[in-house]
Design a protein around this ligand. Structure first.
Ligand SMILES: C[S@@+](CC[C@H](N)C(=O)[O-])C[C@H]1O[C@@H](n2cnc3c(N)ncnc32)[C@H](O)[C@@H]1O
Length: 233
């Protein structure tokens, strides 16, 4: 019942949202055929929307896969002076991202970085107006620490898989967030011991960003859930 409702809502969001171009349609087909966990069209459209609202000139992605989220972002960047940094540990996926970005005419905007995204972020100078975190869940907090100071006031960090994913136990995540808010260390330790590392990674991330006075964070149930953190100071 809940799944049916979620599927209907997602269909509705897609119907109202911007039309994916031919390349995005092909990329969606690729994800479906290969079971690739891309952010999907609802979150893709939202990412581009965030980049437009922020007048983004520079974007950093932690975990670009075959380029799906980067492709959505790219159209919001200025042709002259815009930049998006794609990071990926898988060489074949990064090569595929390069081909898709070129097909959309976005190749000149993109920097392709093979290797660990957190290490890459540490090497780059800011500012980055928009950041996407979509890597291994236990690395989310490290990703935030690596990029935090490079996001100016008015910048936005979006973290995917903030609510649920097949690997994430939603009820436990909620318990962990509530225990953290209540400062109940004993409860948190018990829940943590029973949770998998994906859940712990997401809970640690949400606790870190929501306690950071420089950011205002809102979680929204698009796709697998995204945490959107806006830099206020
Ligand atoms: C869930 S996929 C999403 C990719 C992309 N954002 C999208 O929506 O299609 C995550 C990608 O991050 C890559 N990845 C995981 N950990 C990484 C790391 N530490 N550094 C760089 N890439 C990483 C994986 O190989 C995978 O391709």
């Amino acid at each position: 019942m809940v799944d049916v409702l979620a599927a209907e809502i997602s269909r509705f969001v897609r119907a109202v949202g911007p039309e994916p171009d031919e390349t995005l349609v092909e990329m969606d087909r690729f994800a479906e055929e290969h079971g690739f966990p891309h952010v999907g069209p609802e979150v893709g459209a939202f990412l581009r929307f965030v980049a437009r609202l922020s007048d983004a000139e520079r974007i950093f992605e932690f975990g670009s896969g075959y380029g799906y989220s980067a492709y959505w972002f790219a159209d919001a960047l200025p042709d002259d002076g815009g930049e998006i940094v794609l990071t990926e540990v898988d060489e074949d996926e990064l090569e595929q991202a390069r081909e898709y970005m070129a097909a959309g005419g976005y190749d000149a905007l993109a920097q392709y970085e093979l290797g660990d995204a957190v290490e890459t972020a540490e090497r780059y100078d800011g500012p980055f107006d928009v950041v996407l975190i979509d890597i291994q869940k236990h690395q989310y907090k490290d990703a935030f620490e690596a990029i935090r100071s490079k996001v100016p006031v008015g910048g936005v960090i979006v973290a995917d898989n903030a609510i649920s994913a097949s690997v994430i136990e939603f009820e436990k995540l909620l318990d962990m967030v509530e225990a953290a808010q209540a400062d109940d260390d004993a409860a948190r330790r018990v829940i943590e011991a029973e949770s998998n590392e994906h859940t712990r990674g997401i809970a640690d991330y949400l606790e870190r960003v929501s306690a950071d006075p420089a950011f205002e964070t809102v979680v929204t149930p698009l796709g697998e859930g995204i945490a959107v953190s806006y830099r206020v100071e």
